[in-house]
Design a protein around this ligand. Structure first.
Ligand code: NIG
Ligand code: FE
Length: 419
């Protein structure tokens, strides 16, 4: 039996229709393609049609007659939000470092003293599969509550083949077991292990010669990411790591120009990365190179907020032709939040984006950033029925009443997972 559902009478259905083709275009970021008094017909886990109720009743009479109805009068319906950059799988928290930073210690000082990523690496190495699975599963449940229906998840708190594989296996198992779609990224080059910091080259070689080939052989990641930052991996090391991933079929991503301007945006363009993420300190030249090479800018304003740093210049990027996506960067050190809605608020209030742009950035552009725009990110016939229903009468209210969770219910592949 085919399961048919009708979400009817939304005050707005934000479809994001027409943005699915690659490459994403920054000009289209303000075109939400809203249907006022809209309805969505869902069948077999996919969107069958979107329109006004009378249009759907006329064109799909038989389906509408048998459909299970969800009346969403007065609410706003959007594609399920997509978070294209998270460090989902990790053990523990770092509120002690937060307290230190509030007293003036910097993120990099803490990391260089063996805390930061190293602290979470220690905790994650010490955690077994089940503990990591359980902690991460709870985070996925929370992501659902906040309207997110697909996330990307990075490894990078193992820093050895064994523990990187453990993280990726947890993400892969959750992708199978949990209704959330989890897209995996290998990030063995997240930090140089503490005891090798004076001589990083052997670690870089292990990433290239051992980890990347094994991750690729097991087909447990789609992307390969590197933290290109002074004191972590140089642009030259990052380039070798990303090229090695490419040779094994892993698509490059990069943590670029987060703390310092370091050539990360330029490198992203040169290696053909699908996205460059962070970009707080990206150079003008790097931004132009990204635009010329269709590199998505994944901006993480929660990180700037939490590190008390300057925000990325989203306005400049969009105006220079770089399409932008938004993400939580959910992680225990630089952005311990699971609320992509709050990130959207920050996009408007701190990065000069419009409410239309932030919604595009958290849906179809986020889908582009993880190469899934052919099946998610918009409400169009044939796409996965991943749908967020917000208890607000229009999309502007999402960023107007800030810091709140407006989710009323969430549908994943046609099934209600929240509400
Ligand atoms: O995206 N910059 C590097 N990685 C993460 C932070 C990870 C951590 O602090 O645990 C980020 O900010
Ligand atoms: Fe990150």
């Amino acid at each position: 039996m085919t399961q048919t559902r009708l979400i009817k009478n939304a005050s707005q259905v934000v479809t994001m229709a027409g943005h699915s083709e690659r490459p994403a275009k920054r000009e289209a970021m303000h075109e939400l393609n809203i249907i006022e008094n809209g309805s969505v017909l869902v069948q077999d886990g996919k969107v069958k049609a979107v329109g006004t109720l009378s249009e759907l009743e006329q064109q799909y009479k038989e389906d509408v007659l048998v459909a299970e109805v969800l009346d969403v009068t007065g609410k706003t319906v959007t594609p399920g939000l997509i978070d294209p950059h998270t460090h989902l799988v990790h053990a523990g928290t770092r509120e002690n470092e937060y307290a230190m930073r509030l007293k003036g210690k910097s993120y990099m000082d803490i990391m260089n003293a063996g805390g930061g990523i190293h602290a979470t690496t220690k905790a994650t190495r010490g955690a077994d599969f089940d503990q990591l699975y359980e902690e991460s599963k709870q985070r996925l449940d929370t992501f659902f509550q906040y309207g997110v229906t697909t996330i990307e998840a990075k490894s990078g708190y193992g820093l050895s083949l064994e523990h990187e594989l453990k993280q990726l296996e947890v993400a892969g198992k959750l992708n199978e077991d949990h209704a959330m779609d989890v897209v995996s990224t290998f990030m063995g080059a997240h930090a140089v292990p503490v005891d090798e910091r004076d001589n990083p080259e052997p670690f870089v070689k292990r990433v290239i010669d051992e980890m990347i080939p094994e991750v690729a052989r097991r087909k447990i990641a789609k992307f390969n990411d590197v933290f290109c930052e002074r004191g972590v991996f140089t642009p030259e090391q990052s380039r070798r790591i990303l090229e090695a991933g490419k040779a094994h079929g892993l698509v490059p991503k990069i943590h670029a120009d987060e703390i310092e301007s370091y050539g990360g945006a330029e490198l992203a363009a040169e290696v053909g990365a699908i996205s460059a993420d962070h970009l707080l300190k990206a150079s003008d030249e790097g931004i132009l190179k990204m635009a010329a090479n269709d590199v998505m800018g994944v901006l993480l304003p929660g990180t700037a907020f939490f590190l008390m740093a300057e925000f990325a210049d989203a306005r400049k990027m969009i105006d220079s032709g770089v399409p932008v996506a938004l993400s939580t960067d959910a992680n225990p050190g630089s952005s311990p939040t699971l609320s992509l809605q709050f990130i959207m608020n920050l996009g408007c209030l701190k990065m000069g984006m419009t409410p239309e742009e932030v919604l595009t950035a958290a849906t179809i552009n986020a889908a582009h950033a993880i190469d899934c725009a052919d099946r998610i990110g918009s409400l169009e016939a044939g796409k996965q029925a991943d749908i967020a229903i917000f208890d607000v009468p229009n999309h502007l209210m999402l960023s107007y009443n800030y810091g709140m969770n407006h989710v009323e219910s969430v549908m994943k592949k046609g099934e209600l997972v929240v509400g």
